[in-house]
Write a protein that binds this ligand. Structure first.
Ligand SMILES: NC(=O)C1=CN([C@@H]2O[C@H](COP(=O)(O)OP(=O)(O)OC[C@H]3O[C@@H](n4cnc5c(N)ncnc54)[C@H](OP(=O)(O)O)[C@@H]3O)[C@@H](O)[C@H]2O)C=CC1
Ligand SMILES: O=C(O)C1=N[C@H](C(=O)O)C[C@H](O)C1
Length: 249
């Protein structure tokens, strides 16, 4: 495949290495220093675009790909307020987009485990639950996209939680968290690639599930696999469609 990398930072550079190992060619690399190269002509040379840019840049990048009917894999987080509009525009213009808050197989297994545990916990109201995410200090968005997906999985399965609220530790103090609200605590610590935990606490014990990324290789490999999977498909997809676990919907 010929791949256009929209964003060539920590993730873009690792995706380049993974993609080349799997026999693909990188035909375009976009950073803030060469935005003029993001042209229809250059995008048309690619079979697929992979976007790991910034929350501010990603929407424009998506529409640039739509203009030339170039399938796009979106790993960038922090734009999900626009998700429904993008989905509508993607489908109305017969385009192809696959997005995911986290492309690693480990986190996608964790998403599934999280929903399974949340469904079980309906019978045990003595446990309250909260989500914690820890990331490096360059991260632009909070909560992480992964933490949002985890929280949505819990809200989907656990009847006593209806919405999530976020506290970025060290910035603003959150007001009292209501019983039907699910707290996501965000921590920013140097050099942490991404750690996510779900903690159920009762008076007598705790149950905790945790995913720790040791590096960014799992995210990068998943993004390349997603781009391969997207070949010859049309429509709007999530990384869950690639892994397609069946134990719980
Ligand atoms: N879904 C997943 O599995 C994962 C998602 N992410 C997400 O991916 C995104 C990128 O992460 P990361 O690589 O760590 O971030 P970096 O800051 O390291 O890289 C961002 C890149 O985007 C470039 N950029 C800035 N503006 C534009 C633009 N208008 N068009 C194209 N590129 C632009 C930057 O250019 P310059 O270098 O010149 O500043 C930089 O190369 C984040 O949103 C992060 O949350 C991260 C890991 C896994
Ligand atoms: O910004 C990051 O680094 C990461 N972002 C993603 C997110 O917001 O969940 C995925 C991963 O945790 C790393």
């Amino acid at each position: 495949m010929k791949i256009a990398l929209l964003g060539y930072g920590k993730m873009g550079q690792m995706i380049e290495r993974m993609a080349m190992q799997r026999g693909h060619d990188i035909v375009l690399k976009i950073t803030v220093n060469n935005l003029d190269d993001l042209t229809k002509e250059n995008l048309s040379k690619a079979d697929v675009a992979i976007d790991f840019s910034t929350p501010d840049a990603v929407i424009n990048n998506i529409y640039k790909c739509f203009e030339v009917n170039l399938p796009i894999v979106v790993g960038t987080t922090g734009w999900y307020g626009e998700l429904q509009n993008i989905k509508n525009d993607c489908l109305a213009s017969n385009n192809t987009l696959l997005y995911g808050s986290n492309f690693s197989v480990g986190v996608n297994l964790f998403f599934h485990l999280n929903k399974f545990l949340a469904r079980l916990m309906n019978k045990y109201p003595e446990y309250d639950v909260q989500v914690e995410e820890i990331h490096h200090t360059q991260k632009l968005d909070a909560p992480s996209g992964t933490a949002m997906t985890i929280a949505e999985g819990i809200i989907d399965q656990l009847e006593r939680k209806n919405e999530w609220v976020n506290e970025l530790i060290g910035s603003q103090e959150l007001e009292v968290v209501k019983n039907d609200q699910l707290l996501i605590e965000s921590h920013r610590i140097e050099n942490v690639p991404g750690t996510h935990s779900v903690l159920y606490s009762s008076e007598v014990d705790d149950i905790e599930i945790k995913h720790t990324a040791h590096n960014r290789a799992g995210f990068a490999l998943g993004a390349v696999i997603a781009a391969e999977w997207l070949q010859n498909k049309q429509g709007f997809y999530n990384i869950a469609d690639v892994f397609n676990f069946k134990l719980i919907d």
